[in-house]
Design a protein around this ligand. Structure first.
Ligand code: 13P
Length: 252
């Protein structure tokens, strides 16, 4: 049985004071535990403040990226230990926006996963194809390559501790969601790939989230699919009500 996980990726939205207001509203709206794990991932500048708001609540704190080195001369970067220190439990790694705009590679994703795991952060590792790749019939192969790169050399027990997120690039911020069957089929393929690369048992237990235009009105039909264990939510996580409705739809 995989515990559903709903993560809000706030991207580059919300100043620290705005983030506090939103986090307070989310904590209030999602005050009753219902078996679903909920994470919010504000920008770096708001992490410490939001960490104070969610402490003692059912909401966990996550970051949107990290650097793989422990420390060093890496101007502008943030390490796993720094994130742990301010209360982060999760970190998004390999988001398509980082791949697309900031040159994130599968090798970098792998290094970041190792660093996160070594600091006891749960990586949420993103994979997903572009529209051109899907139309060319290459979606499954692309996702497989990304998984191979991300999980390369990780021990089965490390893979068990992370979560995967399938985010088709063409569905992010476009209002165009993958259909529940498209998502379910890709998730099954991801699970099969993990079984092949790592271990069948681990593949059964690893959580695979769907991301890409998840909203309160389509969350249920996606989340009731057997292969979809949660959601990585962008736009709809910026409002407490819609985010809470998505979290409620994940209840098993
Ligand atoms: P949207 O929900 O805004 O499409 O964003 C999805 C996403 O990229 C989450 O990481």
């Amino acid at each position: 049985m995989r515990t559903p996980l709903i993560a809000g990726n706030w991207k580059m939205y919300k100043t620290s004071s705005e983030a506090i207001v939103l986090a307070k509203a989310i904590v209030k709206t999602l005050s009753t535990p219902d078996g679903t794990q909920v994470v919010i991932c504000p920008p770096f500048t708001a992490l410490a403040a939001v960490g104070q708001v969610v402490v003692g609540s059912r909401i966990s704190l996550g970051a949107q990226d990290l650097h793989w080195a422990k420390e060093g001369a890496y101007t502008g970067e943030v390490s796993a230990e720094m994130l742990r220190d301010i209360g982060c439990r999760y970190v998004i790694i390999g988001h398509s926006e980082r791949r697309q705009y900031f040159g994130e590679t599968d090798e970098g994703v792998n290094k970041k996963c190792r660093a996160a795991l070594a600091s006891d952060l749960t990586p949420i590792v993103c994979v997903g194809e572009t529209l051109a790749e899907r139309e060319a019939g290459r979606a499954y192969g692309i996702v497989e390559t990304q998984l191979k790169g991300a999980l390369s050399g990780l021990l089965p027990e490390q893979v068990q501790r992370l979560a995967l997120a399938y985010e088709p690039v063409w569905a992010i911020g476009t209002g165009r969601t993958a259909t529940p069957s498209q998502a379910d089929e890709m998730h099954a393929h991801i699970r099969k790939t993990v079984a092949m690369l790592v271990d069948a048992e681990i593949a059964r237990s690893v959580r695979i989230l769907y991301g890409g235009s998840v909203k309160s009105d389509n969350a249920k039909e996606l989340l009731e699919r057997s292969e979809i264990d949660g959601a990585l939510v962008g736009g709809a996580s910026l409002q407490a009500d819609s985010f809470a409705a998505i979290a409620a739809a994940a209840k098993r």
